[in-house]
Ligand binder design. Structure first.
Ligand code: HEM
Length: 441
């Protein structure tokens, strides 16, 4: 069991480990010995020097377990583009992992993200049709009220935790609103989500597997009731995502009950930890880059009478946070046939890890990539993936980031961390567990 990939056994790495950066010789040593199942805490604190060495010296790396690890932006794009060769279907990998009669197996192999066409195309079309501009715009007033309520509570105390009191409290409510989950029934959502996503880690304990399976069963039971209720009392399909998913498209395209339930579970989970980490990483980053924070505050102040300009400034900042500290650092594909990537031949069946965190700091694409530059333009980051599986919730994630970060800064422009933040020691989902702060330094 590796510390890197075990959600309950977290490394308590602090900001002191993040700066100063890894010395180059230490980064080179970790890169030479790079194994995702044995990652030292120094890597989890700051993987970027190691990624830089891999990108330069071994961009399509054969890993000790026979898989391949890709770090160049162009190589990731090539894999994302060629979905006919690089499959997202996980039936082959998940059958031995969970057993084919496991609820986790049924869940993950029915989610659109782990499928290829034709199932993927059909489910994606319905989900994208339901996540309309209007459905997302309808969430904005509730999002603002939620964020302001959290900020009021923090202001009354003068201190708080950026993660527990703010970043983690937002996505669960927003996704709950998106699917119309009644407020008093949202309590278990976060725990279910963490248990199901936790079971995706490469090495599983029996306890983790059981917790994941229980969570899928309980979530299915819960959603069956919610869906039955919505079937009895449908809402406006132009605005209500669940009604739209139930009713399907005008051309008769519908999800089966199993597809509907599992993809609702996936929707509830997909925007959870990722969005928490976007907001948490951004606020920690701003603390660590005080000049960039001052510059952002100044630009927002200058645009105070121009809402559109303010939104544009915050949107660019959110995309730079996504590039600089991508909440989802790794993706996976399986080669269905022999293929060549970055001049390296990959055999049929090759399991490929796409390192989004490394690609997003590739100097071939980003000027001065190790610098947080909140006014960066032409930011072609891959934080939401790319191609047919590109994040279906990216507009919602960006909206949540913009509102949460923008309103936090407007309320507490002089906030400061009061203790070193504690990282969630995982390589795939990059973020913090705790980040205590005071509202004014
Ligand atoms: C900062 C927040 C987020 C990040 C960084 C993120 C990242 C990603 C990435 C990298 C993928 C592609 C996976 C792959 O190609 O293998 C993805 C897919 C997906 N995401 Fe997100 N996501 C975020 C928020 C959300 C939200 C809020 C929702 C829900 C409304 C969502 C729903 C989805 C769905 C449905 C897919 C599957 C798309 C497909 O397979 O066609 N995500 N996300």
């Amino acid at each position: 069991m590796t510390q890197a990939n075990h959600p309950t056994q977290r490394a308590t790495v602090t900001a002191a480990d993040i700066t100063p950066p890894l010395p180059p010789e230490r980064a080179a040593a970790i890169a030479a010995d790079f194994d995702l199942r044995r990652l030292p805490p120094a890597f989890l604190a700051n993987p970027y020097p190691v990624y830089a060495v891999l990108r330069e010296r071994d961009p399509v790396r054969a890993m000790p377990d026979g898989t391949w690890f890709l770090t160049r932006h162009a190589d990731l794009v090539a894999v994302y583009r060629d979905a006919a060769t690089f499959s997202s279907d996980k039936h082959v990998e998940f059958a031995p992992k969970y057993g084919t009669d496991s609820p986790l197996y049924e869940h993950h192999t029915t989610s659109l993200v782990f499928n290829d066409p034709p199932l993927h195309t059909r489910v994606r079309k319905l989900i994208m049709g339901a996540l309309t501009r209007r459905a997302i715009a309808d969430l904005e007033p509730g999002l603002i009220a939620l964020v302001d309520g959290l900020l009021d509570a923090i202001e009354a105390r003068g201190s708080g935790d950026l993660i527990e009191d703010f970043a983690a409290a937002i996505p669960v409510e927003i996704i709950g609103n998106l699917l119309g989950v009644p407020h008093d029934e949202r309590g278990p959502l976060r725990g279910w989500s963490l248990a199901i996503l936790g079971a995706l880690e490469p090495v599983l304990t029996p306890a983790q597997q059981q917790a994941g399976e229980r969570a899928v069963r309980e979530m299915l039971d819960y959603l069956r009731g919610l869906v039955a209720e919505r079937r009895r009392h449908p809402l406006d399909p132009q605005r209500d995502v669940l009604t739209r998913l139930i009713q399907g498209e005008g051309d008769g395209e519908r999800l089966t009950e199993t597809e509907l339930l599992h993809n609702c579970i996936f929707l509830l989970n997909a925007g959870h930890e990722t969005t928490t980490n976007l907001i948490g990483n951004a606020l920690v980053c701003l603390h660590e880059w005080p000049q960039e924070k001052a510059r952002l505050l100044q630009r927002l102040h200058e645009a105070r009478d121009d809402r559109e300009r303010q939104e544009a400034i915050l949107s660019a900042a959110v995309d730079e946070f996504l590039r600089f500290e991508s909440s989802n650092q790794l993706g996976n594909r399986r080669a269905l046939r022999e293929a060549e990537i970055g001049g390296v031949r990959l055999p049929a069946g090759a399991l490929v890890t796409l390192c989004i965190g490394a690609a997003n700091r590739d100097p071939a694409v980003f000027a001065d990539p190790e610098r947080l530059d909140l006014s960066r333009t032409d930011n072609r980051h891959l934080a939401f993936g790319f191609g047919v599986h590109q994040c279906a919730g990216l507009s919602l994630a960006r909206l949540e980031g913009r509102i949460a970060i923008g309103r936090f800064l407007a309320r507490f422009p002089r906030y400061a961390l009061s203790e070193p933040p504690v990282r969630g020691g995982r390589a795939r989902f990059r973020g913090f567990l705790r980040a205590p702060f005071v509202t004014a330094a």
